[in-house]
Design a protein around this ligand. Sequence first.
Ligand code: HEC
Length: 98
Amino acid sequence: MRISIVFAAAALAAAPLTAGAQSAAAQWAGTCAMCHGTTGHSMGGNEPLAGMPQDELVRKFKEFRSGAKPATVMHQISKGYTDNQIEQIAAYFAAQKK
Ligand code: HEC
């Protein structure tokens, strides 16, 4: 697990992102990579986030936060992000190839 986190961090650091907002989103998205895979390509059976439309990810994330969507961990994680952060993270994953 430790190795894959380091790898995910290195891969994100190497991603060719220039705009400040984009790289902030990439850093937030790095937290998700721990469970959802690097750039949202899931390897451990969790839902892949890469290529998920932005509005769909935002909707699901907010449903976790409000408790409308049942969760084992996402209801906790989703409480740590503002609406603005969620939208940027969702845009980041929507831009990743499936
Ligand atoms: C500790 C592991 C973990 C982390 C970190 C994590 N997730 Fe999740 N995610 C899960 C699990 C497990 C599920 C399935 C729902 C549940 O049981 O909570 C899930 C489900 C989801 C879903 C719903 C997928 C679907 O199609 O139903 C979305 C969207 C999602 N996560 C987004 C994110 C985002 C965005 C982040 C980063 C901000 C993130 N997750 C970080 C474990 C994680």
